[in-house]
Design a protein around this ligand. Structure first.
Ligand SMILES: Nc1ncnc2c1ncn2[C@@H]1O[C@H](COP(=O)(O)OP(=O)(O)OP(=O)(O)O)[C@@H](O)[C@H]1O
Ligand SMILES: [Mg+2]
Length: 232
């Protein structure tokens, strides 16, 4: 769906992305991990066309229609809007409007109750609000969705529920995902492949099924060794 070729990005004199190359295959879920400030969100914004790269190019196939969900669900919704109004935001620039029937279908697809439509963000839990943000992101039926650290502000049970929800949405709608996360375990339940980024460079490009066989960088080993194996 995308071919990212030699992308570099500098803010002022700081090199944030350094000669990045990879593909995103249609229908796949590509994970991106890497410490804070390593350039993950910048890369996603360049792919979405929100930011411009200084050099390199992005080839697009299959007419991508894209959408994004952010980490901070509170600041990504207008507190004065009801859920129904939030779900209607993607239609502001079109003649279409999300009618009540479709709004209800959309809510059902993210496993929320219909009575939420009239509520305001402050009346919802974090998990519910993040589901509303996911519903808004898929309202226009995109074929490519960037999920930028969308689990980070949620408790562990909500994280698991949202991962399961994302799997269902992906299968149902055949959406390609770019999944940026600090949650390494979630990579294994959602992604086919993941990149490890450090200081704007790709250190590893790993197929999930091949993870144990692959010789990875010391940095990636360190990241995965930090996961504490607990079994109940
Ligand atoms: N608009 C901007 N202007 C100047 N510098 C920026 C801008 N956006 C990002 N940066 C800088 O670019 C670097 C990479 O930022 P980016 O947001 O891509 O990191 P990230 O990997 O997404 O981090 P996090 O995990 O904290 O979200 C950081 O040093 C950041 O301060
Ligand atoms: Mg980021």
């Amino acid at each position: 769906m995308f071919k990212i070729i030699n992308i570099s990005k500098t803010y002022k004199d700081k090199k944030v992305l350094d000669n990045i190359n990879f593909d995103i295959k249609k229908g796949s879920c590509l994970g991106i991990i890497g410490e804070s400030g390593s350039g993950k969100s910048t890369l996603a914004k360049i792919i979405l066309g929100i930011e411009k790269a200084n050099s390199g190019e992005i080839l697009k196939n299959n007419k991508p229609t894209a959408s994004i969900v952010f980490q901070d669900y509170n600041s990504s919704v207008n507190p004065k809007f009801t859920v129904y109004e939030i779900l209607n935001e993607p239609f502001w620039n079109s003649y279409k409007k999300l009618d009540m029937k479709n709004a209800i279908l959309l809510l059902k697809s993210v496993e929320l109750e219909i009575n939420i439509l009239k509520k305001y963000p402050h009346e919802l839990s974090g998990g519910q609000l993040q589901r509303v943000c996911i519903a808004r992101a898929i309202a226009n039926k995109p074929n490519f969705l960037v999920l930028d650290e969308i689990l980070s502000s949620l408790d562990i049970l909500n994280q698991i529920e949202i991962i399961n929800l994302l799997k269902k949405i992906k299968e149902r709608n055949n959406i390609t995902y770019l999944f940026i996360t600090h949650n390494l375990e979630s990579i294994f339940s959602l992604c086919d492949r993941f990149l490890v980024i450090k200081d704007g460079k790709i250190l590893d490009d790993i197929l999930v099924n091949n993870f144990l066989q692959k010789d990875v960088s010391p940095y990636t080993k360190q990241l995965f060794n930090a996961i504490i194996p607990i079994k109940f």
